[in-house]
Design a protein around this ligand. Structure first.
Ligand code: ADP
Ligand code: MG
Length: 484
């Protein structure tokens, strides 16, 4: 161990950075860690200089232990960590920013003060904000960005699977902040949460153009918050979010996953201010409030106090109706027979269902052929194979892990905790999250009623090990290959 004493503080810190990169969010890493400098280094301590008070406070409150661990790992001895604000912190930060014309921040879904008339792009797949990623805004002010013009109440097909959520959304749009506050909508992926959230936004803006409506994902909220902390604009950030009339917050399940309790806390205060002043809050999530992985019990109970509505998988008639509406809107001539065929084939996710229709229409128009049943059969059979690859079933995954790791299938989905069983279960959860469309909550349910944080924890653990341990990397590769 003594051989490491010749590493300089600078070298130790630089070697710690890649370790830290996997343990904190990109916003923290790029915003606060890469521009930290070593102010002092000795046998048993390291002092880092960071750009401002917020950076110091943030790192001290949330990342001291992980930073200490990483530095100690590199230095190969226990090291005490001190954090100080660089004497000329502001100037240094500005100098760094100038020296690096490309800001290294991750693409940030920024809060969007919804503007109904601006052109919008198609929805991206995945949990983030549905419109164009905006230029990073660290002034703390909300920025204008479009809602997807297709996500309106008119374009939403109402059926048993969504009747209650739709009615609640309509009511909220009619009298925001008065009844049904907060409104909490949850479902598996691709069933219309984002559509309903944005429909509320469109509808309110149509009748009250002066209303301050923001649609934002929880991830966008947290990233924006961190940028504003870094740039000393957090007060303005707070003021602007807390002066909204309507907050439409998508994918809340990520609120705690990104930066832990601090982002949750910030959100909680924003939420409370809005709620207590009768401003409307609508939240979408992949699981009901009681399954949210939250540290803040008060936040959870507040979320449960409002109206909680779920969206379920539509039956085949509803799927046909949705496709019909979509075909009409796009002006494509597809017969009912064909829509029924597509709707019967693709069951569980409306996004995938619509994707199939888009593909059929694109094929027909590119190749200048009519949309016939046999053409669709061809395209769909292609399409289904490519989606079944992603829609591998949970029992298949468990069976494979069972045979590969020699742990009985029943044990994998049991509550047993012995090390080999727990490991097999973690691997199965990892694969299930990677290869299927199930929400964390659903996966938790499948694995013997565990909650969604356990699945997330298992997933992260295996993901970390893949990076660290070649054996695990190969194991996961082999298992994945079995499904290709
Ligand atoms: P989620 O946010 O739940 O993942 P989205 O709101 O993004 O799902 O919906 C996925 C796609 O399905 C969108 O294109 C949306 O317009 C469409 N969709 C979902 N539900 C309906 C519905 N009831 N009527 C019409 N289109 C729908
Ligand atoms: Mg969504």
């Amino acid at each position: 161990m003594a051989s490491d004493t010749q590493l300089s503080g600078e070298e130790v810190w630089r070697a710690s950075l890649p370790l830290l990169a996997t343990k904190v969010s990109p916003a923290t890493y790029d915003g606060f860690l890469t521009n930290a400098v070593v102010l002092g280094f000795s046998e048993n301590s390291i002092t880092l200089g960071v750009i401002n008070e917020f950076a110091k406070d943030w790192l001290e409150r949330h990342h001291t232990s992980v930073m200490t661990d990483c530095v100690a790992e590199v230095a190969q001895r226990p090291v005490e960590l001190g954090i100080e604000v660089m004497p000329d912190g502001q100037d240094e930060a500005a100098a760094v920013a100038e020296a690096e014309p490309e800001p290294q921040l991750p693409p940030q879904p920024e809060p969007a003060v919804a503007a109904a008339h601006t052109p919008a792009t198609r929805t991206a797949r995945g949990p983030t904000v549905a419109h164009v990623p905006l230029v990073s805004d660290t002034t703390g002010e909300l920025r204008s960005s479009p809602l997807n013009p297709k996500y309106t109440f008119e374009n939403f097909v109402v059926a048993d699977c969504n009747r209650f959520a739709h009615a609640a959304a309509l009511q909220v749009a009619k009298s925001p902040g008065q009844a049904y506050n907060p409104l909490f909508i949850h479902s598996a992926s691709g069933l219309g949460k984002t559509h309903l959230l944005q429909a509320i936004g469109h509808s309110i803006l149509a009748s009250r153009p002066d209303c301050k409506v923001v649609y934002i994902s929880a991830e966008g909220f947290v990233n924006h918050m961190i940028s504003c902390m870094r740039d000393n604009t957090i007060d303005r950030f707070r003021r602007s979010y807390r002066s909204l009339d309507v907050a439409l917050v998508d994918d809340i399940q990520f609120i705690a996953a990104i930066e832990g309790p601090a982002s949750e806390q910030e959100f909680f205060h924003t939420f409370n201010t809005l709620y207590e002043t009768n401003r409307q809050v609508v939240i979408a999530s992949d699981c009901p409030p009681r399954h949210l992985q939250l540290m803040n019990e008060r936040l959870r109970s507040r979320l449960e106090m409002g109206i909680v509505a779920d969206l379920r998988v539509p039956d085949v008639e509803t799927r046909v109706a949705i496709l019909e509406k979509k075909a009409q809107a796009e002006g494509v001539p597809v017969t009912r027979d064909i829509l029924e065929f597509v709707a019967a084939k693709i069951e569980s996710n409306i996004r995938v269902l619509e994707g199939a229709l888009v593909k059929i229409c694109a094929y027909a128009s590119l190749n200048k052929v009519a949309i016939t049943r046999s053409l669709v059969e061809d395209i769909i059979s292609d399409y289904s194979t490519s989606t079944t690859e992603r829609r591998i079933s949970l029992p298949e995954i468990v069976a494979l892990v069972s045979s590969e790791l020699d742990v009985p299938e029943d044990d994998i989905v049991s509550k047993k905790r012995s090390a080999d069983i727990a490991w097999a279960r973690q691997v199965a959860m990892y694969l299930a999250r990677e290869l299927t469309d199930n929400s964390l909550a659903r996966l938790g349910q499948y694995f013997s009623g565990r909650d969604h944080s356990t699945v997330l924890h298992s997933y992260n653990k295996v993901a970390d090990l893949i990076e660290e341990d070649e054996q695990v990397l190969w194991l996961i590769n082999d298992l994945r290959a079995a499904f290709e």
